[in-house]
Design a protein around this ligand. Structure first.
Ligand SMILES: [Zn+2]
Length: 377
């Protein structure tokens, strides 16, 4: 792997707001490299050496909080494998989903030590035979990548949710045989909610294995007409809305009561749900009959406190609001790479005021390391 043989260098980052702000300012003024010190970038063993050597050197940012070097973990990082997509006649788009040197450069620049890789589902329509072969190849590729770069990547197993018995086996094999650290799933499966009883065997297996489930939206196709037009609303609104729907159904249909030990991480800060959570309790008080078909063991908002969320909410104020609703120990840093929603996920957490060092290090990587079986930094 490319970082082999690097020299230890002075560290950057810091726990104080002032230091963090300075880092951000340098990032804006001089480009991200201005804030960094450290190591020459040597490329990645998977890649064409000629291409690797054509890349300019990039220094790896090392994140330090109160003197402690933090192993930062990005819980929300995408990738794709052309060989798997070709099985359904699809091409990778954007090309940056394919692992290449840009990935390592971006991680080094942004201070991301490890990514927990996930693949957005595109195979939920596939027949059983194709889905079986595709997921097998895909999970093996993920495992191969992680084995080649154990200091940079772990990965979520992909599973064929549309064939639950197969998905159960794929999950178990992914965790036990391939060393994957959890499972990624879409926010819905061909129009079915994740709370559909069809998926109960999958949740039972995930609960038994104790692995993290990363829920990422696949959009709200049912609203395509209303989400047309300027603003990219199918993504802007459609994606967080789907996560909101998925989580709400898992709560109100009693799925989280049935599988209380499930460890779920929702993308994009959980969509809209944590930001207007009190309404989810108020409806059961205001219109009790609307909450009567499934008797929940807890208030709806209490389930939010047992889930995990990535930190992709953009501002300190939004992060503080999320923390207030779900607890700081439930938030994991995410970037959405290679989709360029943010390049400053580390600084977002460093710069948000009013947090302790332990709270920052938890969000930056410690909590994710614990959930994913990563040796802490
Ligand atoms: Zn994403």
């Amino acid at each position: 792997m490319g970082q082999r043989g690097f020299n230890r260098t002075p560290r950057v980052g810091g726990s104080t707001t002032k230091e963090a702000k300075m880092t951000t300012r340098r990032d804006f003024i001089g480009g991200a490299a201005g804030a960094m010190v450290g190591v020459a970038f040597c490329g990645c063993g998977l890649l064409d050496p000629a291409h690797v050597h054509a890349q300019p050197a990039v220094r790896r940012r090392e994140v330090v909080v109160n003197g402690r070097r933090i192993k930062t973990v990005d819980i929300h990082a995408h990738c794709a494998f052309p060989e798997a997509m070709a099985m359904l006649g699809l091409k990778v788009n954007p090309a940056s989903l394919v692992m290449n040197t840009d990935r390592f450069r971006a991680m080094d620049e942004q201070g991301i030590d490890m990514e927990a890789l996930s693949i957005n589902p595109y195979w939920y329509k596939a027949e059983r035979d194709v889905a079986e072969a595709l997921v097998k190849l895909q999970n093996e590729k993920l495992a191969e990548l992680c084995a080649e770069h154990p200091d940079r990547f772990v990965a979520f197993a992909t599973v064929a949710m549309q064939h639950p018995d197969l998905a159960v086996k794929q999950l178990e094999d992914g965790i036990k045989k391939l060393g994957l650290r959890g499972m990624s799933v879409g926010g819905s499966v061909e129009g079915l909610e994740l709370a559909d009883p069809k998926f109960h065997p999958i949740w039972a297996k995930a609960e038994e294995l104790g692995c993290l489930i990363f829920i990422h939206p696949v959009g709200t196709q049912e609203l395509t007409k209303r989400l047309r037009g300027n603003g990219g609303l199918d993504n802007t609104i459609g994606n967080p809305l789907e996560t909101t729907l998925a989580l709400s159904h898992l709560i109100y249909e009693g799925t989280l009561d049935r599988f209380p030990a499930l460890k779920i991480c929702a993308a994009h800060g959980g969509g809209y749900l944590p930001f207007y959570a009190p309404r989810s309790d108020a409806v059961c008080v205001t219109f009790p009959d609307r909450c009567a078909s499934v008797m929940l063991k807890k208030k709806p908002t209490e389930y939010l406190k047992q889930l995990y969320y990535d930190s992709i909410v953009f501002t300190p104020e939004a992060l503080k609001a999320l923390i207030a609703e779900v607890g700081v120990d439930k938030i994991l840093m995410g970037t959405d790479y290679p989709f360029p929603w943010t390049h400053t996920s580390v600084d977002h957490i460093l710069n948000t005021p009013g947090l302790s060092d332990a709270e920052r290090t938890g969000m930056l990587g410690d909590t994710a390391s614990r959930l994913l079986g990563i040796k802490p930094g």
